[in-house]
Design a protein around this ligand. Structure first.
Ligand SMILES: [Mg+2]
Length: 325
């Protein structure tokens, strides 16, 4: 995607700088650096997340239409609540319509938002709309309450934990990203059974998101290349020199959950199955000194972040990657 306005600095560095200057003493509760914040309101916690989606960056309005674009804006925000195993309560909409947009676009946007809001049973509690000379922009903020395990963070992974994902990865830009299913039901089932030590949703690709969970937890990881569930879309996408596995590791917008958890006992495994939650183990949490590596029968290589970074300067295309001894 496009080079950002901060050449030489990626999104993570920019967010870290922003946090240092705008919240120098932190916030009461959980602040910047997780999928959601959890602001302590004198006893009760409000779990909050916000995501801005822009035509040409997160969707192509001319191709997908307003209904899918608006639906995605709400879906990806609900996915962040799922990452914290929080329960959605309400959401807010910030909408910038392109000037001269046809009336039909408003109806499409409304229909898309309505469909997702109904599906997940979450009402809109307010917002603001504007018109400007620019691309359609949708800023959704979701508000939730902590789930049965409180606010699950990225920072609870422990050495020896299993790393699992809730579904197959890769190739979502073929269209699946527009219909991402926030894993709210799965997250709550996991939380009820006390499973997640740490959790996040995979929005920017496993190779970019896993290091974020590892950094927050102060751990490393070893991912088994043969265990990563590769989506059929990743196989379909693998026609331009990148393997299906590379698509599964690097493509963004899967919106599956990445979970660090203890080895599951048979009873927990059975109850997850009853709840329809499928956890696929992809690796282990290791000591931070061991880094983040991708392993197969031949050996291991560092798992370099190649997922989507909105602010990174455009990278020259890299060669094929695969573990080697
Ligand atoms: Mg997220």
């Amino acid at each position: 995607m496009q080079a950002g306005p901060f050449p030489g600095r990626g999104e993570d560095e920019w967010v870290a700088a922003l946090a240092g200057r705008l919240a120098p003493t932190g916030v009461p509760g959980l602040g910047i650096g997780h999928d959601c914040a959890a602001v302590d309101l004198q006893g009760a916690a409000a779990v909050v997340s916000t995501d801005v989606l822009v035509d040409g960056v997160h969707f192509r309005l001319a191709e997908c239409g307003g209904r899918a674009a608006a639906g995605k804006a709400l879906r990806v925000n609900l996915s962040d609540l799922a990452a914290a195993a929080a329960e959605p309560v309400a959401w807010f909409l910030g909408l910038v319509l392109p000037s001269g947009a046809p009336q039909a676009l408003r109806e499409e946007l409304l229909a898309g938002l309505e469909e997702v809001a109904r599906t997940y049973g979450v009402p809109c509690a307010g917002g603001d709309t504007n018109v400007a000379h620019g691309p359609l922009t949708l800023a959704v903020t979701v508000l939730g309450r902590p789930g049965p395990l409180g606010v699950v963070r990225r920072s609870g992974a422990r050495v020896g934990d299993v790393l699992s994902v809730t579904g197959p990865l890769g190739g979502s830009l073929g269209g699946r990203h527009l219909l991402a299913e926030p894993r709210l039901r799965e997250a709550l089932a996991l939380a009820r059974l006390g499973v997640p030590h740490a959790m996040m949703d995979l929005s920017d690709g496993l190779s970019r998101d896993l290091p974020r969970l590892c950094q927050a937890s102060g751990v490393g990881a070893r991912v088994d290349a043969r265990a990563v569930p590769v989506h059929d879309d990743a196989v379909r996408a693998a026609t331009t020199g990148r393997s299906p596995l590379e698509h599964a590791l690097d493509d963004g917008e899967d919106f599956e959950l990445l979970v660090a958890h203890a080895e599951l006992d048979p009873a927990t495994r059975a109850r997850l199955e009853e709840a329809g939650v499928r956890l696929t183990p992809i690796g282990r949490v290791v000591a931070q000194t061991q880094g983040i590596r991708l392993a197969d029968a031949r050996g291991s290589v560092p798992l370099a972040p190649r997922g989507f970074d909105h602010l990174a300067p455009a990278e020259p295309s890299a060669g094929a990657r695969g573990p080697s001894a």
